[in-house]
Every structure is written in C-alpha cells, then in structure tokens.
Design a protein around this ligand. Structure first.
Ligand code: UDP
Ligand code: MG
Length: 343
C-alpha cells in the first residue's frame, strides 16, 4: 500500500524516532535540518526523541525544541537503557503509519528520508540504509562491521550490507509487535522478514561525527555475535525447539552407540580390556549428553507452548483476509477483524 493511502488514524503519516544519549551539541542543528527536510515532503509528521538517560543537558535542550514545535514529543528514560530500549520506546509512542529511525548525532543525513520513503512506496515493508561511504575509522569500526554484516546476512538469509545503520524506514505494523531485547534492534530486518516483511536497502549518505563521542567501542562486536546466535535460534527453532536439541541429541546417542559397539567389538575380537578403553567412557558421556539434549528440547517445547498460548499469540502473521461478500481488506483492517493477530 502507498503511504498516502493509509488511513490517518492520528493524522500522522511519518514518525521519526530518534534515540538521544548525551548529544546536546547536535540537537539544534539536527532539528533545524529535520524541520526543513520534513517540511518539504507531502506528508504529515512528528518527531519522537527518546532521551536515554543523558546527563549533559540533552533533555533540557529537547524540552526547548518541543516548546517551539508541537510536532515534537520527548520520552525521558530514568536511566540509560541502551539504544535498543530507546528505539523500542519510540515504536511504542509513535503514532505515524511509517516509522523512521535515525541517530541524533547528525551522522545520518535527513535528506535521505525521501529516498527511503520512495522505496517503501514501491511496496517494501522495511527499507534499510546502507552507509556505503561510511565515515568512521577502518580498523575498529568498518572492518568488524563488514565481517558482522557478512555473517548476519549468511545466517539470517536477509542479505544487507549494513545492518548497523540506524537510518531505516518501517511500516508501522511490522515493528509494532516485535519484542526487542539486548542489542536486537539491528536485527529487526531479519526478525521482521521471518514474519513475512519485505526488506530492501538503499545507499545513504554518512557524515563524520562533529560533536561528542561515539557511545560504542569494539566490545560491541562480541555482543553482536552473541545476539546473532540468539537471533539465528529464534528465527529457525522458536516454534519447534525439539527439532534443534532433538537432532543434536539423536546424533549424540548415535555416536555413543557406535563407540560402545566399537569398544565391545575390541573386547571380543582384539581382546582389549573394556575398562581400559577410553571409548567406553566416551560412549557413556555421549549417551548422557544425548538424553540431556532431548530433554532440553522437550522442555523447550513446553516453554514455547506456554509463551504462545498464555499470551494468545498466534504462530502466524496475516497479510490480507477476504471475508465472504465483503471484498479484500487491507492488512490493518484484517488485523482488526482478527483481534490480536499480528500483521
Ligand atoms: N544511543 C542511545 N543510547 C545508548 C547509546 C547510544 O540512545 O546507550 C544513541 C546515540 O545518542 C546516537 C545513536 O544511539 O543517537 C547511535 O550512537 P552512536 O552515534 O554513538 O553510535 P555509532 O554511530 O558510533 O555506531
Ligand atoms: Mg553515530
């Protein structure tokens, strides 16, 4: 559906969601740029700033900006919860049909918003920015990011050059029901794609940081890798954990069986003492591990059921429902008809 065709429930087409952590020097310039860029678009808009526990006067600055412009909203966290939490709060508070996320430090260029929106109008659900000429240091930012993007693209099967770029545009319905934990915000395209969202990327401008410092160091790489393992598991086995643990368990039992047979055969035919044969102990360990893994899978199945059934969450997502004699409904109306079903 084209952006202009959405019903304007809150009178707003676009919500800009911007996490802010100690960025006071950038905020005036950022707002001025945004105001002129958004003003030139044919859409109605709002900006939601999330102050993620800043202690450099960012919140006071945001209040000043808000006082001058009624289209600005500010959410202040009680402490620093991190960028994922800030974006998540932004999704909760945003009213627009389209949600655009970006950094507060002026590294993303508001002029690219129009490019993202044009791509959404082609029918995509998520358009991700690709900082093709990234203005950060090579060794500790660009290289780790290249490796991470390659790995994430391979494992999640959603190939993007730049998962880490905050400048992204989303149709509201694909992010509203995502639960984000840890550092998961960068994986939204992969998580949403698993639910059927169409994802693409466009090249965007990237500028050197003028004020303040980056909030991240190289240690983020290990966090991203752990989250990748988490996302990979969630994507493939969330609704069927026994398939993951069970497979490993069966493999382990099979290996144990082979080892045990080997050890007995050596005793019978080569007269090798069973107790002195390390294969006996190995086979026992594999048996125990196999049973443990299968039990873990079964417990996982119970947890999955508790999760989906207690919360009344469906394991599917709906795009369109065609009612008898009522014609095709768009995905939002369909969601309304189906109650809580996520679209
Ligand atoms: N940020 C945040 N909470 C944090 C860390 C960062 O809200 O705990 C914000 C920060 O203010 C900026 C954006 O997230 O608007 C990206 O941070 P940064 O520019 O430091 O990351 P980089 O561009 O260096 O990857
Ligand atoms: Mg930055």
């Amino acid at each position: 559906m084209r952006i202009a065709d959405y019903p304007r429930e809150h009178g707003i087409d676009l919500s800009l969601v911007i996490p802010v952590y100690n960025e006071t020097e950038s905020l005036d310039a950022l707002f001025a740029e945004l105001k002129s860029t958004l003003g030139a678009l044919a859409y109605t808009w709002e900006i939601v700033f999330i102050d993620d526990g800043s202690f450099d006067g960012s919140f006071e600055k945001l209040l000043q900006i808000q006082a001058d412009c009624p289209q600005v909203g500010v959410v202040q966290f009680r402490r620093n919860f991190g960028q994922t939490a800030a974006l998540s709060a932004g999704f909760d508070f945003a009213h627009g049909n389209i949600i655009i996320t970006m950094d507060a430090d002026l590294q993303n260029d508001p002029a690219d918003i129009a490019v993202l929106l044009a791509k959404l109008d082609e029918g995509y659900d998520i358009v991700s920015g690709w900082r093709h000429a990234r203005q950060d240091s090579w060794l500790n930012r660009k290289l780790p990011s290249k490796i991470a993007n390659w790995l994430i693209s391979r494992l999640t099967k959603v190939a993007l050059h730049d998962y880490g770029c905050t400048l992204k545009a989303y149709r509201r319905e694909v992010v509203k029901n995502l639960n984000l934990y840890g550092e998961l915000h960068r994986f939204i395209p992969a998580l949403a794609n698993e639910r059927g969202a169409r994802v693409t990327e466009v090249k965007v401008n990237h500028r050197r940081r003028q004020f303040g410092r980056s909030k991240y160091t190289l240690s983020r790489t290990s966090r991203v890798l752990l989250d990748l393992a988490n996302v990979k598991f969630l994507l493939e086995y969330r609704t069927r954990p026994i398939q993951f643990f069970g497979k490993l368990g069966l493999l382990s039992l099979f290996g144990g069986g082979l080892m045990f047979t080997g050890a007995v055969a050596m005793k019978l035919f080569a007269n090798m003492d069973l107790t002195g044969n390390p294969m006996l102990l190995t086979s026992l360990i594999l048996f125990v591990a196999g049973i443990q893994l299968i039990s873990t899978g079964l417990i996982g199945e119970l947890v999955t059921r508790a999760y989906y059934e207690n919360q009344g969450k469906p394991i599917y997502t709906v795009k369109t429902v065609v009612q008898p004699n009522r014609g095709a409904l768009d995905d939002k109306t369909a969601a309304g008809l189906l109650g809580d079903v996520e679209v």
